[in-house]
Design a protein around this ligand. Structure first.
Ligand SMILES: [Zn+2]
Length: 429
């Protein structure tokens, strides 16, 4: 069994405890011991990593990932990529996420039916490097809703990145198809989105019958459901029907917040706040000036989302980072922007922002008792960071500051500061 000892590191252990100097011994794919102080753990036989005071923390978890989004400025561009290139693209993005410190990701929908499942399987089989991954379906939508990119004069429904259904029976069939392909959860587009002017964010598109049958079919197979839900009514649909993973959740009222709070152990909210900020502040090079973004409704939505999420956070509803990275204005691997936005817009402390990416991350991966914290017996998913993320969360999106990334006990980014010998002169096993 391989054994690695991290020494001389400052630990942010993902429990909420203040940082402390300590050591972590990894044996095989698990954390054998976490200890405070120096020279607390025996190095015998271990490869010793002297962190020189760097921060060791749990690997981060992205709650709303789109490996197949291709850094384009528009939705139609997702489908212009042929399948073969799209598979390779997704595999490459998965590798980049892992190297950037995202050791687990929840797929929030893929652009073609099996892209997520195939990527997850290849990672699990060791064919490609990538995070622990829960595979999503394509987005399931209805005519006119987000994801319906069909054109009236062209008979190609495949051109839509969403799969169109109408009515409970079509929903049942499509959900069963994705379950057959092996998804971990299905993704429903319940609300509109300001990106598509004909179905703005505050509107709700899917019927209760359609949502109910999707949830029933997924739960029958022990799988979860995730939803694009920006409108107030769509958030209530999520709670009423038991949709576990709620994406966006921008517009709320007291009733929606009460419903969420009463069921806060069941739901996760991953708002994807980064895309709202990006549309207002970073999309001008692609023709969406701030004035245009305001006209599209993004200023109103960001203000509403900040209010809603602040209240959710206060009520103990789990809010997690990630969302809609993979567009031109939200390029892949900039995902840790969300942590800074959680502080700026939602009022989290930097420590709370880190917990949202680690402790809550383990929970959304359904492995809260063994993932997302540095604890004895937990899975060895961790990252070594140059500097203090609590005083500057921005370093988490600076690749040069991510000194090492370990997943399941193996390095996917090797530390340069590895010492070849244990500190008492014994050779490394
Ligand atoms: Zn999304």
């Amino acid at each position: 069994m391989t054994s690695v000892l991290f020494t001389n590191v400052r630990l942010i252990d993902g429990t909420g405890a203040q940082p402390y100097g300590g050591e972590v011994l990894v044996q095989g794919n698990r954390i054998a011991r976490v200890a405070r102080g120096t020279r607390a753990l025996p190095p015998s036989g271990a490869t010793v990593i002297d962190g020189a005071g760097a921060t060791l923390m749990p690997g981060m978890v992205e709650a709303h990932t789109h490996f197949s989004w291709n850094d384009a400025a528009g939705l139609a561009d997702l489908q212009r990529l042929p399948l073969e290139e799209h598979v390779l693209w997704s595999a490459n993005v998965a590798k980049r996420y892992l190297e950037a410190g995202w050791t687990s990701c929840v797929g929030a929908a893929c652009a073609k039916p099996r892209l997520d499942v195939v990527t997850r399987n290849a990672i699990n089989q060791g064919l490609i490097p990538g995070p622990r991954y829960l595979a999503g379906s394509q987005e399931i939508t209805v005519a006119g809703g987000l994801g319906d990119e069909t054109l009236p004069h062209l008979p190609f429904p495949e051109f839509s990145f969403g799969v169109l259904v109408s009515g409970a029976e079509e929903m049942r069939k499509v959900v069963r198809m994705f379950l057959k392909y092996g998804v971990d959860h299905v993704k429903l587009n319940l609300s509109g989105d300001n990106f598509t002017p004909s179905s703005p964010a505050g509107t709700t598109w899917m019927s209760d019958e359609e949502v109910a049958i999707a949830v029933k079919e997924a739960h029958m197979r022990g799988k979860r459901v995730a939803a694009h839900a920006r409108s107030c009514e769509s958030i209530k649909q999520c709670v009423r029907h038991g949709v576990e993973i709620i994406y966006h959740a921008s517009f709320t009222d007291e009733e929606a917040l009460d419903m969420l709070e009463a069921n806060r152990d069941r739901h996760f909210v991953a708002p994807g706040i980064g895309i709202l900020v990006a549309m207002l502040d970073h999309a001008a090079p692609w023709g969406i000036t701030r004035a245009k973004a305001v006209e599209m409704g993004y200023e109103v939505e960001l203000a509403a989302a900040a209010e809603s999420l602040k209240k959710m956070h206060k009520r103990g509803i789990r809010v997690l980072p990630g969302g809609d990275y993979g567009f031109a204005f939200t390029p892949h691997c900039e995902n840790a922007r969300d942590l800074e936005y959680f502080v700026k817009y939602i009022g989290m402390t930097p420590m709370e922002a880190l917990l949202s990416a680690t402790k809550y991350g383990g929970e959304i991966m359904m492995r809260g008792d063994e993932l997302g914290q540095l604890k004895d017996g937990y899975l060895a998913d961790l990252m070594l960071v140059d500097g203090d993320p609590l005083s500057n969360l921005g370093i988490l999106r600076d690749q040069s500051r991510i000194l090492a990334v370990m997943k399941d006990g193996a390095f996917y980014k090797e530390p340069e500061i590895r010492t070849a010998q244990s500190r008492w002169g014994r050779s490394v096993a």
